[in-house]
Design a protein around this ligand. Structure first.
Ligand SMILES: *Cc1c(COP(=O)(O)O)cnc(C)c1O
Length: 387
């Protein structure tokens, strides 16, 4: 079966050039980067090179970049690292109610341990209001963590404005940029951020590798103790091949960002227009201020999981929200936060496009989707009774 992948927010296929760049680090270059001999120097210098290339992408210097196992670990280090390093200054953290679970769960853990967490609401498009951030700040506030773009609905947050407020008050500002890094500009000075999380497998790089940008002078504690690797913030022998692969993926993405954005936006807008012509479909998230590749819709009277499984049967991979939703019970916390009802949240479908999706695939998706929708609605007593 010819399969069509439309779930690039969950993960992306690794680029052949990236695999090729990584290959020698599974065999020829095997030294431990901490070793002082020739073998160690080879891999240490590959890491240094990668660190500088990746840092340049966000306008940082190499010694401000910590390699970790991915986005989840990066969010965990940002939240726990700042919370523990600044516990004598205050125990209040501001975040939003639509963050990824990799931010929300560490916050909930800290809440149980005596920290105070403010979960800011969002408007009907999923936007955080910077004035809400300002009003939530107290003398105890030590960290603000607001994601750059939401992984479910694609809404892009006003980080620059929020970061300016954080800076004015001398509060550390973290962003989960896993969905935006290399996809839209993420210069840390333009965005006014002190900490920025990214993950290799969201931009055609390898899984199990990511990083945290840490602005010089930011008070942060390690969360894994042991050796001296990664400026002592994350001990453990480095994932050398992964680091080299991420650097290659960053380099290629940087060259192609503008062209890819234009291509994805045109595909996205065309598909959105066609979907909104269908009766009973509304767009979730911001109409313009959203990721170039993200479409999230609510399809009245049809279960999201039923649509997903029917599409999968036809060889088309989409999602109902976040990639881990299906394993969890209950509707998406993001969709309910933007005011969707329980039913509307259960009727959501997320389509996230990638650089290799062809226009023909999108046309095929639409054709198949319309058929599936007609069949499911024929079987829906609620839909039938509303007609
Ligand atoms: C995928 C994702 C993560 C988790 O990254 P992993 O590398 O899979 O741990 C965190 N935040 C957002 C917004 C994501 O989309």
């Amino acid at each position: 079966m010819n399969r069509i992948y439309l779930d690039h927010a969950a993960t992306t296929p690794i680029r052949p050039e990236v695999v090729e760049a990584m290959q020698p680090f599974f065999s020829h270059f095997f030294g431990n980067p901490s070793s002082l001999h020739h073998f160690g120097k080879e891999t240490a210098s590959a890491i240094k090179d990668a660190r500088e290339k990746i840092a340049a992408m966000i306008g940082a210097s190499g010694d401000e970049l910590v390699f970790l196992s991915g986005g989840t670990e990066s969010d965990n280090l940002a939240i726990f690292g700042v919370a523990f390093a600044n516990r004598d200054k205050g125990k209040h953290i501001i975040t939003s109610c639509i963050e990824h679970h990799a931010v929300l769960e560490p916050c909930r853990f800290l809440e149980r341990e005596g920290w105070k967490i403010t979960y800011l609401p969002v408007d009907c498009y999923g936007m955080v209001n910077p004035e809400d951030v300002r009003n939530a700040i107290s003398d105890e506030t030590i960290l603000i963590s607001i994601m750059h773009a939401n992984n479910e609905i694609g809404t892009i947050q006003p980080l620059k404005a929020i970061g300016a407020i954080a800076r004015e008050r001398g509060i550390i500002f973290h962003t989960d940029a896993v969905q935006t890094f290399t996809h839209i500009p993420t210069n840390v000075d333009d965005l006014n951020v002190d900490l920025l999380s990214f993950s290799g497998h969201k931009f055609y790089g390898p899984k199990g590798i990511g990083g945290l940008y840490v602005r010089k002078g930011t008070a942060i504690s390690p969360h894994i103790y042991g050796g001296y690797q990664e400026f002592k913030l994350r001990a453990g022998t480095e994932n050398v091949a992964g680091i080299v692969g991420v650097a290659k993926a960053v380099q290629l993405a940087g060259l192609e960002m503008a062209a890819q954005t234009a291509y994805l936006m045109s595909l996205r807008d065309k598909l959105v227009r066609s979907l909104l012509e269908i009766d009973g479909i509304k767009l979730n998230g911001h109409p313009e201020n959203r990721l170039p590749n993200n479409i999230n819709i609510t399809v009245d009277f049809v279960d999201g999981e039923a649509m997903l499984l029917n599409l999968d049967f036809k060889g088309i991979a989409v999602s109902t929200g976040s990639s881990c939703r299906s394993a969890l019970k209950g509707p998406s916390h993001v969709l309910t936060a933007i005011g969707r009802s329980y039913e509307e949240a259960r009727s959501a479908l997320r389509i996230t496009l990638g650089k290799d999706n062809a226009e023909k695939e999108i046309e095929y998706f639409l054709e198949v989707f319309k058929d599936i929708l007609n069949n499911l609605r024929k079987m829906s007593p609620v839909y039938q009774s509303k007609q």
